[in-house]
Design a protein around this ligand. Sequence first.
Ligand code: GLN
Length: 305
Amino acid sequence: MADTQPRVVSGLELWQWRCQAIQAAIATDVSVAEVDWLLQEVAGLDRLVLRLESFKNWQEIQLKLPLKDLEKLWQRRLHDRLPVQYIAGVTPWRQFKIAVSNAVLIPRPETESLIDLAVASALNEAIPPLQQGHWVDLGTGSGAIALGLANVFPEATIHAVDYSFEALAIAAANAQNLGFADRIQFYQGSWWEPLTPLKGQFSGIVSNPPYIPTSTLPTLQPEVIRHEPHLALDGGADGLDCIRHLIATSADYLRPGGVWLIEMMAGQADTVRELLQNQGSYSNIQIYSDLAGIERFALAYINPR
Ligand code: GLN
């Protein structure tokens, strides 16, 4: 983005931009709420000021990018279906503001429940308690799950793995900015591979792996399929390649009684339950729904030895 351009606009200019951005959103079937959310992020305006339009009379408003660039990106939102979170460079997730770029999947609201399920799962009796020791987020992307785990398990060491160096850079920056840099260790690699020295020691693994069947990818919203990383979405022919891998490998890394917890897609629960049962190392298998009522999460414990 051209740094020479002014990032200060008058309230009137921004008000005018907002009016036409809202009209354009209506015309292209984009939620008008995105305009004000984007203005909160790039202009630092709060919701009340936006609703009352009181900023219209302000002399100067400082933007995070030149208005021309904002307009160009907004046009890409409307016509190229660029997700608004990639324009703002952030997304809200649990209590965090998480930085995102198109190198990482935008953390979804439903994924927030994984952290609550991890907390509940760790109430199971174990010595030492499951809230302690090593927890891992495999396929961390933006780092959201690792950050959530670090927050709810203050006594645990959190590990986060991703195959993408670009994603890891964003995850590490998020950990730094949100004050969790000393709590989370990041590794580049494939699933458990970088963690072989800690075999048999993990209290829990939490993952939102790619789980969309390859043939379904083209049917996803254009925002997703055109802009989000396919590495984070494509789960192979039936969508279960990564979940199968996580079922097969996690038994070697979890300690007796350790927690296995993943997100999946609508329609996969029965197969995932069966895969867990057939593997032989897991017990107390449970399926949980998300707030939309979709069977979305699978939880199991490694058999005690
Ligand atoms: N939930 C994401 C979506 O709706 C997919 C995430 C994933 O594959 N893990 O596109």
